[in-house]
Ligand binder design. Structure first.
Ligand code: ATP
Ligand code: MG
Length: 290
């Protein structure tokens, strides 16, 4: 499903990934863990073809995506459903419209949309809130909508970037149960997380990255890192003096990092809305990432 063969990606002096080889098979459920700056987001961005490796090959659904042209990028991204920590729903659209929109931008037929959207809303158990707006939903409900949107175009793999980072522990476990169900139904799941309790409890395959290297890849494994000390996502203090991992800015609060990028390039990347995401989806991302 996803295979990295000796992939190296550097950002100038900074190490993204070094000689990373990993094979995520169809139907796998994989946690990707590692300290801040280890290379987890780099791994995901390579799969989405937002960045290119310096060396190595990356296969997605049997295709070497390092060898395809820009025009094929939207087709590649359709094979991947993304779920985000901050949900990224469109505030002015209802639950139904948020999910339908992901199909509309791909010019799916009206009839197909009318059939598919209620089906996925039912799958994530949010059908009764179809006419509500995101602001009227709890965080857990919003994440269910995020998952429905990620699933609506029948991706081969669901990539979840800290999907429980904004949820209380009970709601987080509910979302994990949902992801497990989705996985049991056949969708491959790759989840980046710092949530030790969840990884330990789920007993799934764990791929650990440190300083760009894959240091562990075990079935039925545990998290194996200290939890970041401060958990509140609102609290962060950017500082420019500490450079423990070559970042220009180091965040006191690890979980804030996903909201608060350290570099301008990331700022553009991480703060784009769903509208931008959709256009990125359709034309290979130039307008958003440049
Ligand atoms: N656009 C960029 N320009 C320069 N360096 C970068 C860029 N993106 C990432 N890096 C560097 O590459 C390394 C890996 O970053 P990455 O974002 O993949 O880490 P991560 O594991 O996702 O961390 P976190 O848990 O904090 O999200 C870090 O040292 C980071 O500073
Ligand atoms: Mg990251």
């Amino acid at each position: 499903m996803i295979e990295f063969k000796n992939v190296t990606k550097k950002y100038g002096e900074n190490v993204g990934l070094i000689d990373a080889s990993v094979h995520i098979k169809r139907g796998d459920f994989v946690f990707l863990v590692g300290p801040s700056g280890a290379g987890k987001t780099t791994f995901i961005r390579l799969i989405l073809k937002e960045i290119e490796p310096d060396k190595g090959k990356i296969f997605l659904a049997g295709k070497d995506i390092t060898r395809i042209g820009r025009r094929e990028v939207p087709a590649i991204r359709q094979k991947v459903g993304m779920v985000f920590q901050d949900f990224r729903l469109l505030e002015k659209k209802t639950v139904y419209e948020n999910v339908a929109f992901a199909m509309e931008v791909l010019h799916k037929r009206k009839r197909e949309i009318r059939e598919r959207v209620p089906y996925v809303l039912d799958l994530v158990d949010i059908k009764d809130k179809a006419k509500r707006y995101p602001a009227e939903l709890s965080a857990g409900e919003q994440q269910r909508v995020g998952i429905a949107r990620a699933l609506v175009n029948k991706p081969r793999v669901l990539i979840c970037d800290e999907p429980t980072g904004n949820l209380d522990p009970n709601t987080a476990m509910e979302i994990m149960e949902l992801l497990e169900q989705i996985n049991i139904r056949g969708t491959t799941v790759l989840m980046v997380t710092h949530a030790k309790d969840i990884v330990d409890k789920m007993n799934k395959r764990v791929v650990a990255i440190e300083h760009g290297r894959i240091v562990r890849d075990e079935e039925g494994s545990s998290y194996g890192y200290k939890k970041p000390s401060i958990q509140e996502p609102q609290l962060f203090i950017p500082r420019t003096t500490i450079e423990e991992d070559n970042r220009q800015t180091v965040y006191l609060d690890q979980s804030a990092h996903d909201f608060t990028p350290a570099r301008h390039e990331d700022a553009v990347h991480e703060h784009y809305g769903v509208d931008d995401m959709v256009s990125a989806y359709l034309n290979g991302g130039e307008d958003v990432y440049e």
